[in-house]
Design a protein. Structure first.
Length: 87
């Protein structure tokens, strides 16, 4: 393989790696979205329709998945009982 080809290959691999990193959502970005998403999901929306990137992250990140479930639970509880109680 020539040096030129090696350089080309290196660039291609690098661009793939960078593109992949862009797809991967980190926990910080994810939890920034969780509260807003949990509100919508608690209201009956589907997470997959809202933000597939977040759903993909929740599948492989137990911490964020737990946080999200907890938020949805709280919001559902508020919607079903607590709000009436306050009113
Ligand atoms: Zn996470």
């Amino acid at each position: 393989m020539s040096v030129q080809h090696q350089e080309q290959l290196r660039k291609i691999i690098q661009s793939i790696v960078i593109a992949h990193q862009d797809e991967q959502m980190d926990c910080e970005t994810c939890s920034g979205q969780l509260e807003c998403l949990a509100e919508k999901v608690a209201g009956g929306a589907n997470l997959r329709d809202l933000l597939p990137e977040v759903e993909a992250h929740l599948v492989c990140c137990a911490d964020c998945a737990e946080e999200f479930q907890a938020l949805v639970c709280i919001l559902r509880a508020e919607q079903s009982g607590l709000l009436k109680h306050i009113e």
